[in-house]
Design a protein around this ligand. Structure first.
Ligand SMILES: NC(=O)C1=CN([C@@H]2O[C@H](COP(=O)(O)OP(=O)(O)OC[C@H]3O[C@@H](n4cnc5c(N)ncnc54)[C@H](OP(=O)(O)O)[C@@H]3O)[C@@H](O)[C@H]2O)C=CC1
Ligand SMILES: CC[C@](O)(C(C)=O)C(=O)O
Length: 328
Protein backbone atom coordinates (compact mmCIF):
# COMPACT_ATOMS: atom_id res chain seq x y z
CA UNK A 1 0.00 0.00 0.00
CA UNK A 2 1.50 3.36 -1.06
CA UNK A 3 1.14 6.25 1.38
CA UNK A 4 1.71 9.88 0.44
CA UNK A 5 2.48 12.82 2.72
CA UNK A 6 3.08 16.56 2.24
CA UNK A 7 6.59 16.02 0.85
CA UNK A 8 5.24 13.81 -1.97
CA UNK A 9 2.84 16.44 -3.31
CA UNK A 10 3.54 19.73 -5.06
CA UNK A 11 0.79 22.35 -4.95
CA UNK A 12 2.44 24.34 -7.75
CA UNK A 13 1.10 21.68 -10.17
CA UNK A 14 -2.26 23.45 -9.74
CA UNK A 15 -0.82 26.98 -9.98
CA UNK A 16 -2.07 27.80 -13.46
CA UNK A 17 -5.18 25.70 -13.30
CA UNK A 18 -8.79 26.41 -12.44
CA UNK A 19 -10.57 23.88 -10.26
CA UNK A 20 -14.36 23.64 -10.55
CA UNK A 21 -16.00 22.16 -7.49
CA UNK A 22 -19.42 20.98 -8.67
CA UNK A 23 -21.78 20.97 -5.67
CA UNK A 24 -21.48 22.90 -2.43
CA UNK A 25 -22.88 20.46 0.12
CA UNK A 26 -21.07 18.52 2.84
CA UNK A 27 -17.92 17.78 0.80
CA UNK A 28 -18.24 20.63 -1.71
CA UNK A 29 -18.11 23.51 0.77
CA UNK A 30 -15.24 21.90 2.71
CA UNK A 31 -13.10 20.99 -0.28
CA UNK A 32 -13.66 24.35 -2.00
CA UNK A 33 -12.75 26.35 1.12
CA UNK A 34 -9.68 24.25 1.97
CA UNK A 35 -8.41 24.52 -1.61
CA UNK A 36 -8.93 28.29 -1.64
CA UNK A 37 -7.04 28.63 1.66
CA UNK A 38 -4.24 26.58 0.05
CA UNK A 39 -3.98 29.16 -2.77
CA UNK A 40 -5.84 27.21 -5.46
CA UNK A 41 -8.07 29.04 -7.97
CA UNK A 42 -11.56 27.63 -7.35
CA UNK A 43 -14.94 28.25 -9.00
CA UNK A 44 -18.16 26.57 -7.94
CA UNK A 45 -20.64 24.91 -10.32
CA UNK A 46 -24.29 24.75 -9.18
CA UNK A 47 -27.93 25.14 -10.07
CA UNK A 48 -29.72 28.23 -8.65
CA UNK A 49 -30.84 27.64 -5.04
CA UNK A 50 -29.70 27.39 -1.45
CA UNK A 51 -26.19 26.13 -2.09
CA UNK A 52 -25.63 28.79 -4.77
CA UNK A 53 -26.51 31.55 -2.28
CA UNK A 54 -24.28 29.98 0.38
CA UNK A 55 -21.28 29.66 -1.93
CA UNK A 56 -21.66 33.30 -3.01
CA UNK A 57 -22.01 34.39 0.61
CA UNK A 58 -18.75 32.52 1.28
CA UNK A 59 -17.09 34.66 -1.39
CA UNK A 60 -16.85 32.21 -4.29
CA UNK A 61 -17.49 32.84 -7.96
CA UNK A 62 -20.50 30.65 -8.70
CA UNK A 63 -21.38 29.54 -12.24
CA UNK A 64 -23.80 27.06 -13.74
CA UNK A 65 -22.44 23.51 -13.85
CA UNK A 66 -22.01 23.86 -17.61
CA UNK A 67 -20.06 27.13 -17.37
CA UNK A 68 -17.87 25.97 -14.49
CA UNK A 69 -17.04 22.67 -16.22
CA UNK A 70 -16.14 24.43 -19.46
CA UNK A 71 -13.95 26.96 -17.62
CA UNK A 72 -12.01 24.50 -15.46
CA UNK A 73 -8.99 22.26 -15.95
CA UNK A 74 -9.89 20.08 -12.98
CA UNK A 75 -13.55 19.25 -12.31
CA UNK A 76 -14.42 17.70 -8.96
CA UNK A 77 -17.95 16.16 -9.01
CA UNK A 78 -19.39 16.62 -5.51
CA UNK A 79 -23.06 16.10 -6.26
CA UNK A 80 -25.06 13.32 -4.59
CA UNK A 81 -23.99 10.05 -6.24
CA UNK A 82 -27.49 9.34 -7.53
CA UNK A 83 -27.61 12.57 -9.62
CA UNK A 84 -24.05 12.55 -10.91
CA UNK A 85 -24.60 10.53 -14.10
CA UNK A 86 -27.41 12.75 -15.39
CA UNK A 87 -25.65 16.02 -14.55
CA UNK A 88 -22.40 14.67 -15.99
CA UNK A 89 -24.00 13.73 -19.32
CA UNK A 90 -26.02 16.92 -19.72
CA UNK A 91 -23.77 19.59 -18.23
CA UNK A 92 -20.22 18.42 -17.53
CA UNK A 93 -19.31 16.25 -20.53
CA UNK A 94 -20.02 18.99 -23.14
CA UNK A 95 -17.35 21.21 -21.51
CA UNK A 96 -14.61 18.59 -21.16
CA UNK A 97 -11.52 19.07 -23.31
CA UNK A 98 -8.52 16.82 -23.83
CA UNK A 99 -6.14 16.93 -20.88
CA UNK A 100 -8.77 17.99 -18.33
CA UNK A 101 -9.07 16.03 -15.11
CA UNK A 102 -12.36 14.65 -13.88
CA UNK A 103 -12.23 14.01 -10.13
CA UNK A 104 -14.52 12.14 -7.74
CA UNK A 105 -14.68 11.64 -3.98
CA UNK A 106 -16.46 8.30 -4.29
CA UNK A 107 -16.03 5.77 -7.07
CA UNK A 108 -19.67 4.58 -7.34
CA UNK A 109 -20.55 6.02 -10.77
CA UNK A 110 -17.30 5.15 -12.50
CA UNK A 111 -16.99 1.70 -10.94
CA UNK A 112 -20.59 0.75 -11.72
CA UNK A 113 -20.39 2.14 -15.27
CA UNK A 114 -22.84 5.03 -14.84
CA UNK A 115 -20.22 7.57 -15.99
CA UNK A 116 -17.83 6.65 -18.80
CA UNK A 117 -15.52 9.63 -19.46
CA UNK A 118 -13.77 10.11 -22.82
CA UNK A 119 -10.33 8.54 -23.16
CA UNK A 120 -8.45 11.84 -23.50
CA UNK A 121 -9.22 13.12 -19.98
CA UNK A 122 -7.63 12.08 -16.70
CA UNK A 123 -9.99 10.39 -14.26
CA UNK A 124 -9.00 10.19 -10.61
CA UNK A 125 -10.38 10.12 -7.12
CA UNK A 126 -9.44 12.07 -4.01
CA UNK A 127 -11.71 10.90 -1.23
CA UNK A 128 -11.32 12.40 2.23
CA UNK A 129 -12.11 9.66 4.75
CA UNK A 130 -14.32 11.93 6.77
CA UNK A 131 -17.66 13.70 6.73
CA UNK A 132 -17.29 17.04 4.93
CA UNK A 133 -17.77 19.25 7.94
CA UNK A 134 -14.78 17.64 9.64
CA UNK A 135 -12.70 18.00 6.47
CA UNK A 136 -13.09 21.74 7.00
CA UNK A 137 -12.91 21.83 10.80
CA UNK A 138 -9.73 19.76 11.05
CA UNK A 139 -8.07 21.84 8.28
CA UNK A 140 -8.91 25.09 10.11
CA UNK A 141 -7.34 23.60 13.24
CA UNK A 142 -4.12 23.19 11.23
CA UNK A 143 -4.45 19.48 10.47
CA UNK A 144 -5.98 17.34 7.78
CA UNK A 145 -8.08 14.21 7.52
CA UNK A 146 -6.70 11.08 5.83
CA UNK A 147 -7.67 10.52 2.23
CA UNK A 148 -7.72 7.93 -0.53
CA UNK A 149 -6.31 8.50 -4.00
CA UNK A 150 -6.94 6.45 -7.13
CA UNK A 151 -6.17 7.00 -10.78
CA UNK A 152 -8.67 5.35 -13.11
CA UNK A 153 -7.40 6.87 -16.35
CA UNK A 154 -4.09 8.66 -16.94
CA UNK A 155 -4.42 10.40 -20.30
CA UNK A 156 -1.81 13.09 -19.62
CA UNK A 157 0.75 11.06 -17.69
CA UNK A 158 0.35 13.65 -14.90
CA UNK A 159 -2.83 12.36 -13.28
CA UNK A 160 -1.28 11.19 -10.03
CA UNK A 161 0.69 14.42 -9.51
CA UNK A 162 -2.42 16.58 -10.10
CA UNK A 163 -4.56 14.41 -7.80
CA UNK A 164 -1.84 14.49 -5.12
CA UNK A 165 -1.65 18.29 -5.35
CA UNK A 166 -5.43 18.43 -4.95
CA UNK A 167 -5.21 16.13 -1.89
CA UNK A 168 -2.54 18.43 -0.45
CA UNK A 169 -4.81 21.43 -1.01
CA UNK A 170 -7.46 19.67 1.10
CA UNK A 171 -4.96 19.00 3.88
CA UNK A 172 -5.14 15.22 3.41
CA UNK A 173 -1.40 14.75 2.84
CA UNK A 174 -0.82 16.01 6.41
CA UNK A 175 -2.57 12.90 7.74
CA UNK A 176 -1.62 10.53 4.91
CA UNK A 177 -3.09 9.66 1.54
CA UNK A 178 -3.42 5.96 0.67
CA UNK A 179 -3.31 4.84 -2.93
CA UNK A 180 -6.19 2.57 -3.90
CA UNK A 181 -8.43 1.72 -6.86
CA UNK A 182 -11.96 2.87 -7.73
CA UNK A 183 -13.15 -0.70 -7.11
CA UNK A 184 -11.55 -1.01 -3.68
CA UNK A 185 -12.72 2.42 -2.51
CA UNK A 186 -16.29 1.91 -3.76
CA UNK A 187 -16.79 -1.57 -2.34
CA UNK A 188 -15.14 -0.91 1.04
CA UNK A 189 -16.90 2.45 1.45
CA UNK A 190 -20.32 0.90 0.75
CA UNK A 191 -19.56 -2.04 3.05
CA UNK A 192 -18.24 0.16 5.87
CA UNK A 193 -21.20 2.52 5.88
CA UNK A 194 -23.77 -0.29 5.58
CA UNK A 195 -22.39 -2.95 7.89
CA UNK A 196 -20.51 -0.97 10.53
CA UNK A 197 -20.54 2.83 10.57
CA UNK A 198 -24.14 3.68 9.72
CA UNK A 199 -26.38 0.61 9.25
CA UNK A 200 -24.68 -1.63 11.81
CA UNK A 201 -24.22 1.13 14.36
CA UNK A 202 -27.75 2.55 14.25
CA UNK A 203 -29.23 -0.97 14.47
CA UNK A 204 -27.03 -1.76 17.49
CA UNK A 205 -27.92 1.50 19.24
CA UNK A 206 -31.66 1.09 18.62
CA UNK A 207 -31.66 -2.56 19.71
CA UNK A 208 -29.86 -1.68 22.97
CA UNK A 209 -32.19 1.27 23.64
CA UNK A 210 -35.34 -0.79 22.90
CA UNK A 211 -34.16 -3.68 25.11
CA UNK A 212 -33.73 -1.37 28.11
CA UNK A 213 -36.98 0.56 27.56
CA UNK A 214 -39.01 -2.64 26.99
CA UNK A 215 -37.57 -3.96 30.28
CA UNK A 216 -39.02 -0.90 32.07
CA UNK A 217 -35.94 1.34 32.35
CA UNK A 218 -36.32 5.04 31.68
CA UNK A 219 -35.81 6.14 28.05
CA UNK A 220 -33.51 8.95 29.20
CA UNK A 221 -31.10 6.53 30.93
CA UNK A 222 -31.35 4.18 27.93
CA UNK A 223 -30.45 7.09 25.62
CA UNK A 224 -27.38 8.03 27.66
CA UNK A 225 -26.19 4.42 27.88
CA UNK A 226 -26.73 3.40 24.27
CA UNK A 227 -26.24 6.58 22.22
CA UNK A 228 -24.76 9.55 24.08
CA UNK A 229 -21.85 7.65 25.62
CA UNK A 230 -21.04 6.00 22.30
CA UNK A 231 -19.23 9.15 21.15
CA UNK A 232 -17.04 9.17 24.23
CA UNK A 233 -16.10 5.53 23.70
CA UNK A 234 -15.48 6.05 19.97
CA UNK A 235 -13.30 9.11 20.70
CA UNK A 236 -11.02 6.88 22.79
CA UNK A 237 -10.85 4.22 20.05
CA UNK A 238 -10.11 6.98 17.50
CA UNK A 239 -7.26 8.29 19.66
CA UNK A 240 -5.59 4.97 20.48
CA UNK A 241 -7.46 1.98 19.15
CA UNK A 242 -9.41 -0.64 21.10
CA UNK A 243 -6.66 -0.89 23.78
CA UNK A 244 -6.77 2.84 24.58
CA UNK A 245 -10.52 2.59 25.08
CA UNK A 246 -10.14 -0.53 27.23
CA UNK A 247 -7.41 1.16 29.27
CA UNK A 248 -9.76 3.99 30.11
CA UNK A 249 -12.91 2.03 30.99
CA UNK A 250 -13.33 0.16 34.29
CA UNK A 251 -12.12 -3.44 34.60
CA UNK A 252 -15.75 -4.44 35.10
CA UNK A 253 -16.68 -2.88 31.74
CA UNK A 254 -13.66 -4.49 30.10
CA UNK A 255 -14.56 -7.95 31.45
CA UNK A 256 -18.16 -7.44 30.25
CA UNK A 257 -16.80 -6.39 26.85
CA UNK A 258 -14.79 -9.66 26.54
CA UNK A 259 -17.66 -11.85 27.79
CA UNK A 260 -20.52 -10.31 25.80
CA UNK A 261 -19.30 -8.82 22.51
CA UNK A 262 -19.23 -12.17 20.70
CA UNK A 263 -22.75 -12.98 21.93
CA UNK A 264 -24.05 -9.84 20.17
CA UNK A 265 -22.00 -10.00 16.97
CA UNK A 266 -22.16 -13.74 16.36
CA UNK A 267 -20.96 -16.05 13.58
CA UNK A 268 -24.37 -15.52 11.97
CA UNK A 269 -23.81 -11.73 12.01
CA UNK A 270 -20.43 -12.22 10.34
CA UNK A 271 -21.96 -14.53 7.71
CA UNK A 272 -24.56 -11.84 6.98
CA UNK A 273 -21.73 -9.29 6.64
CA UNK A 274 -20.14 -11.56 4.01
CA UNK A 275 -23.48 -11.70 2.20
CA UNK A 276 -23.78 -7.87 2.29
CA UNK A 277 -20.26 -7.66 0.82
CA UNK A 278 -21.12 -10.15 -1.95
CA UNK A 279 -24.18 -8.09 -2.90
CA UNK A 280 -22.03 -4.96 -3.10
CA UNK A 281 -19.33 -6.72 -5.15
CA UNK A 282 -21.85 -8.19 -7.59
CA UNK A 283 -23.47 -4.78 -8.14
CA UNK A 284 -26.81 -5.83 -6.58
CA UNK A 285 -26.84 -2.96 -4.08
CA UNK A 286 -25.92 -0.44 -6.82
CA UNK A 287 -28.76 -1.73 -9.01
CA UNK A 288 -31.22 -1.48 -6.12
CA UNK A 289 -30.16 2.12 -5.34
CA UNK A 290 -30.33 3.21 -8.98
CA UNK A 291 -33.84 1.68 -9.39
CA UNK A 292 -34.97 3.17 -6.05
CA UNK A 293 -34.02 6.64 -7.36
CA UNK A 294 -35.70 6.03 -10.71
CA UNK A 295 -38.91 5.11 -8.85
CA UNK A 296 -38.84 8.33 -6.76
CA UNK A 297 -37.37 6.72 -3.60
CA UNK A 298 -40.45 4.97 -2.14
CA UNK A 299 -38.55 2.77 0.36
CA UNK A 300 -35.99 5.43 1.25
CA UNK A 301 -38.73 7.98 2.07
CA UNK A 302 -40.89 5.53 4.02
CA UNK A 303 -38.04 4.22 6.17
CA UNK A 304 -36.61 7.72 6.71
CA UNK A 305 -40.00 8.82 8.10
CA UNK A 306 -40.31 5.73 10.29
CA UNK A 307 -36.79 6.21 11.69
CA UNK A 308 -37.40 9.89 12.42
CA UNK A 309 -40.35 8.88 14.60
CA UNK A 310 -38.38 6.39 16.71
CA UNK A 311 -38.57 7.09 20.45
CA UNK A 312 -34.78 7.45 20.69
CA UNK A 313 -34.96 10.52 18.43
CA UNK A 314 -37.66 12.16 20.52
CA UNK A 315 -35.85 11.56 23.84
CA UNK A 316 -32.51 12.55 22.34
CA UNK A 317 -33.80 15.86 21.00
CA UNK A 318 -35.09 16.82 24.46
CA UNK A 319 -31.91 15.79 26.26
CA UNK A 320 -29.60 17.51 23.80
CA UNK A 321 -31.53 20.75 24.28
CA UNK A 322 -30.55 20.69 27.94
CA UNK A 323 -26.85 20.39 27.05
CA UNK A 324 -26.11 23.99 26.14
CA UNK A 325 -22.59 23.26 24.84
CA UNK A 326 -24.11 21.04 22.13
CA UNK A 327 -26.27 23.84 20.70
CA UNK A 328 -23.40 25.41 18.71
N1 LIG B 1 -20.92 13.50 2.84
C1 LIG B 1 -19.65 13.14 3.01
O1 LIG B 1 -19.00 13.51 3.97
C2 LIG B 1 -18.94 12.29 2.00
C3 LIG B 1 -19.32 12.32 0.68
N2 LIG B 1 -18.53 11.70 -0.25
C4 LIG B 1 -18.91 11.81 -1.65
O2 LIG B 1 -18.91 13.20 -2.03
C5 LIG B 1 -19.89 13.42 -3.04
C6 LIG B 1 -20.82 14.55 -2.61
O3 LIG B 1 -21.57 14.11 -1.49
P1 LIG B 1 -22.13 15.14 -0.39
O4 LIG B 1 -21.12 16.21 -0.14
O5 LIG B 1 -22.59 14.28 0.74
O6 LIG B 1 -23.37 15.77 -1.14
P2 LIG B 1 -24.47 16.77 -0.55
O7 LIG B 1 -25.79 16.11 -0.68
O8 LIG B 1 -24.06 17.26 0.82
O9 LIG B 1 -24.37 18.04 -1.52
C7 LIG B 1 -24.85 18.03 -2.78
C8 LIG B 1 -24.62 19.35 -3.48
O10 LIG B 1 -24.94 19.15 -4.85
C9 LIG B 1 -25.86 20.16 -5.27
N3 LIG B 1 -26.72 19.59 -6.29
C10 LIG B 1 -27.60 18.55 -6.19
N4 LIG B 1 -28.17 18.31 -7.36
C11 LIG B 1 -27.66 19.20 -8.25
C12 LIG B 1 -27.87 19.46 -9.62
N5 LIG B 1 -28.73 18.75 -10.33
N6 LIG B 1 -27.15 20.44 -10.19
C13 LIG B 1 -26.30 21.19 -9.48
N7 LIG B 1 -26.06 21.00 -8.17
C14 LIG B 1 -26.74 20.03 -7.56
C15 LIG B 1 -26.61 20.55 -4.02
O11 LIG B 1 -27.10 21.87 -4.19
P3 LIG B 1 -28.63 22.33 -3.93
O12 LIG B 1 -28.58 23.17 -2.69
O13 LIG B 1 -28.97 23.10 -5.15
O14 LIG B 1 -29.46 21.07 -3.76
C16 LIG B 1 -25.48 20.50 -2.99
O15 LIG B 1 -24.74 21.67 -3.01
C17 LIG B 1 -20.58 12.08 -3.27
O16 LIG B 1 -19.89 11.43 -4.32
C18 LIG B 1 -20.33 11.32 -1.96
O17 LIG B 1 -20.34 9.92 -2.08
C19 LIG B 1 -17.37 11.07 0.05
C20 LIG B 1 -16.94 11.02 1.35
C21 LIG B 1 -17.73 11.55 2.44
C1 LIG C 1 -19.63 6.88 6.62
C2 LIG C 1 -20.35 7.62 5.53
C3 LIG C 1 -19.49 8.00 4.33
O1 LIG C 1 -19.02 6.82 3.69
C4 LIG C 1 -18.28 8.82 4.78
C5 LIG C 1 -18.46 10.06 5.55
O2 LIG C 1 -17.16 8.43 4.51
C6 LIG C 1 -20.34 8.77 3.33
O3 LIG C 1 -20.41 8.34 2.18
O4 LIG C 1 -20.89 9.82 3.70
Amino acid sequence: MHMYYDNHADLSVLANKTVAVIGYGSQGHAQAQNLRDSGVNVVIGLRPGKSWQQAEADGFEVLTVKEASARADVIQLLLPDEYQAKVYQEEVAPGLTAGNMLLFSHGFNVHFGQIVPPEDVDVAMVAPKSPGHLVRRVFKQGGGVPGLLAVHQDATGQAKQVALAYAKGLGCTKAGVFETTFREETETDLFGEQAVLCGGMTALVKAGFETLVEAGYSPEIAYFECLHELKLIVDLMYEGGLSRMRYSISDTAEFGDYMTGNRIVTDATKEEMRQVLREIQQGEFAKKWILENQAGRPSYNAIKQQEANHQIEEVGAKLRQMMSWMQK
